[in-house]
Structures are given as C-alpha cells and as structure tokens.
Design a protein around this ligand. Structure first.
Ligand code: NAP
Length: 425
C-alpha cells in the first residue's frame, strides 16, 4: 500500500466533487491500485464563507500550507482564473510536487512556464479535465493517437453555448430570452461573457490543437466569434437547408498550415456533432490512420469533472515517471508549420436584398470576381421595406476572398445580415 497526500488549491464546486469521489471510492482505489489517497489540506479564499462540506480542520486560507508541506506529493488546482492559480501551480512544480489541474485558462495562458517548471523538477503536470470535462481527449491525443498524424480536431467544448443553441433551435426563441432562462436555471454564469464570446472554447482549442499538431497554438492565434449575434431566423433557415448550428472549436492542419478558430458553424444535420445537444460536449477527431472518431460526454459538472481529475490523480500516484504532453518544448511555434487566418470552407450568407430584377446576378457577379461560386440559394419572400431575404450557401471559398466579396457588396442592393461558416461536408 502506498499513502499519497494531496493538497487542494480551491475547494468549491469541483474541489468538493473530487473530495466526495475520493471518499466514496477510497477503499476501491486502495483494493484495486494499492493507493491510500488522502486530502491533507484544501485552500479556500475564506474559511467562514467556504461553500463546502470538507471538514474544517483540512481547510486553510494560506497557500503555503499546500505548496511547502513536504508530505503533500500531489497538488490539485481547482481555483480557476489565471492568477494566482498559475503562480501557485508553478511553485508547487518547482517544489517537486506533481500538479493536477482542471483550469484551461491558467494552462493555456501559462503552459510553457508550467511545463518548464515540471521538466526542471521532474514533477508531473496533468490536465485531462481542462478540455471537455470527463471526455478523455488529452489522453486520446497524447497516448492513444501518438503515432498518428492528426489533421482535424473539431469540438463542442462549451456546454453553456450548446445548451443555448439547442433551445433556440427547438423553440425558435431568441438568444437573449434563452440566455436569461439559462442564467435562472444556473446553466449560464451571471456574467456569461467567457462562454458566449467563445473565450472558454478558445482556451480549450489552444490546448487541443497544440497537442494534436505538435506545435504551439497560443490563445491569441485562435480566431474567435461568439454566439451573441446568432438569430433564431438563421437557425431556422439553416435547418430548412439541412444544417444544424453549433459553436465549434476547430483546429485543422492542411499540409504545412494550421488553422484554429472558434465560431458558430453550420454542420450537415447527419454529422455526428449535429446530434450532440444540450449541455453535452463532444470532440470529433480525424487522423491519417485513425480516420473519423468522436468522443462525447459531460463537459462540466462536479461529478464528471471529478472523474477525469481523479483519473489523473491515480495515474500520477501510480507512475514514477510523469505523463507529458507530446509538445515541443519551445515558446515558438514549429517553424515548419504556419498558422493561417485564410482557411477555406463553405459559407452561409444571408442578405436583405432590393426586390428588383438583376439583384441576384449582381451578388453572384461580386462573388464570382473573388472566385466564389454559389451552391444553393433560398429566397424568403419580401422582408422589411419590401426587401427580400436571400440566403446563399457557397462552395468552398477562401475566408479572405469572402471578406473582400462581402465588403464590395453595395448595401443598397444587398445588405449582409449574417455570415456563418459551414463545415463537415
Ligand atoms: N465547474 C465545472 O463544471 C468545471 C468543469 C471543468 C473545469 N472546471 C474548472 O475547475 C476550476 C474550478 O471551478 P469551480 O466551478 O470549482 O469554481 P468555484 O466553485 O468558484 O471554486 C473555486 C474555489 O477556489 C477558491 N479560490 C478562488 N480564488 C482563490 C484565491 N485567490 N485564493 C484562495 N482560494 C481561492 C474558492 O474559495 P471559496 O470557497 O472561499 O470561495 C473556491 O473554494 C476552474 O478552473 C474551472 O474552469 C470547472
């Protein structure tokens, strides 16, 4: 039997879930793995205000009690935010303690200094729960698929936005109405910005793409558009044309170029990601050898997240040699790979057009000048002020060419109302 003392940095929703799992599963883990896992200290901001049923004698308001205790071998970080969480994790690693974290923001923004501290001291850095909650995407990419060449990771990695889009699609409701309801139900934060503006998904994509493509894809390289501009009308028009709208985190490698983007995306209704509804997460991966595969599960919540975190804890406690991301250790991206913001995809374009002869030809001609051809068109009768709603789905086109074509459209003839990228065909 091996006794392993753990220290928690943070003990709220996730820390409490991990505490409960470790208590409930203690004897099974001991019998199966010979590990006696004990939580020695748990840092909170304020003991009197702590929202936890972890025994008071374990709680502390001093990070030093966790970071410098020689008996604590594994530090588990569930504080959230970049600072001081990243500083605390770095200090724990420098002190030779293995770190397990669920914090995508701190990891995505400080990964290299954390990995450097881990490399220097020989401690482990584990972060399975930082992307997709319980979905084992980090292990899939770093262990199971290590020998493959991954060219696509495409995921629904934010449960709040997937819940909002699912309800907008089912009920035909507007974004603001569903968001307010999600906030009442506790499914969206009082300040939802990080979720609805795509920041949370961008942190996760930065981590997934860096691992999948063996290069550094920093958060500021991720193109980002949230769901605040999505309308029930777009969702309904897309559905009529056979598409489902999702907020996707997309990382692709095409030859020597990498693209990383988070934006609302139409997928064919029969794509596996189209059927992932509500607060579920799913990540679709394509590789030269593994081909298409998809992992699906709960991306948040204390129990599913605790399952992923405790898997890391057991793995760290069992292995003398720490698990490492198969990431080139450099502040710079791989020089052989270029990050591009000029990807190609199909586009859904909705315009309010003058109801007059020749308008369609004028729009098609603008697109044609940029080498963009139209695959499908739908007209939705006369809209505001006698103008017609026209919806185009294009063939594959370059992002830059599309921006130029749209900028050149005369708004008196065709005012652009929505531009949504189409993937998965
Ligand atoms: N919630 C999810 O479903 C989920 C899923 C996957 C990953 N995660 C990640 O897990 C982490 C924790 O999330 P959570 O939902 O558990 O957050 P939470 O409920 O707000 O808990 C945060 C904990 O950290 C403590 N804390 C915060 N700042 C501190 C500071 N400066 N000094 C000392 N203690 C501090 C808080 O103390 P008090 O108790 O005194 O306030 C609380 O115990 C985040 O990084 C999140 O992104 C969450």
């Amino acid at each position: 039997m091996k006794t392993v003392n753990l220290g928690f940095l943070g003990c709220g929703n996730i820390g409490g879930g991990v505490w409960h799992l470790l208590n409930e599963m203690h004897d099974e883990i001991l019998a199966r793995d010979g590990l006696d896992l004990r939580v020695k200290k748990a840092l909170v901001l304020s003991i009197p205000l702590a929202r936890t049923d972890v025994p008071a004698e374990i709680l502390t308001e001093s990070a030093e009690d966790v970071l410098t205790d020689p008996d604590i071998a594994i530090v588990c970080e569930f504080m959230g935010g970049s600072h001081p969480a990243a500083d605390f994790m770095r200090r724990a690693l420098e002190n030779g303690k293995t770190v397990v974290t669920a914090n995508k923001m701190a990891l995505a923004l400080n990964w290299h200094s954390l990995q450097a501290a881990a490399d220097k001291s020989g401690a482990g850095l584990y972060y399975e729960a930082s992307v997709g909650g319980v979905i084992p995407i980090i292990r899939a990419l770093t262990v199971s698929l290590e020998a493959d060449r991954i060219d696509q990771v495409m995921g629904i990695v934010n449960g709040t936005t997937n819940y909002i889009l699912t309800r907008m699609a089912r009920e035909g409701s507007d974004y603001a109405e569903v968001l307010a309801d999600a906030q009442k139900l506790g499914l969206a934060e009082p300040n939802p910005e990080a979720d609805v503006e795509g920041m949370d998904a961008a942190y996760k994509l930065s981590i997934m793409s860096s691992i999948a493509f063996h290069t550094r894809v920093t958060v500021d390289c991720v193109y980002r558009e949230g769901i605040t501009g999505v309308t029930a009308e777009d969702i309904a028009c897309g559905r009529e044309m056979g598409y489902t709208l999702k907020l996707l985190a997309i990382g692709k490698r095409r030859g020597d170029t990498i693209e990383a983007r988070v934006h609302p995306t139409f997928l064919p209704a029969d794509h596996p990601l189209s059927r992932v509804d509500g607060s579920l997460n799913a990540i679709f991966v394509h590789g030269a050898y593994c081909q298409d595969m998809m992992l699906q599960g709960r991306g948040a919540g204390d129990k599913p997240t605790a399952s992923a975190i405790c898997g890391d804890i057991v793995c760290a406690a069992l292995n003398e040699r720490p698990q490492r991301a198969s990431l080139r250790y450099t502040e710079q991206p791989d020089p052989a790979l270029t990050l591009t913001d000029d990807w190609t995809c199909r586009f859904f374009i909705r315009v309010s057009a003058k109801d007059a002869p020749g308008v369609l030809a004028a729009v098609a001609s603008r697109f044609g000048q940029e080498g963009i051809s139209i695959a499908t068109m739908l007209q939705k009768g006369a809209g505001v002020s006698g103008r017609a709603r026209l919806i185009f789905i294009t063939h594959e086109a370059s992002e830059h060419a599309m921006r130029r074509a749209l900028a050149a459209l005369d708004p008196d003839i065709a005012a652009v109302e929505s531009v949504i990228r189409v993937e998965g065909e």
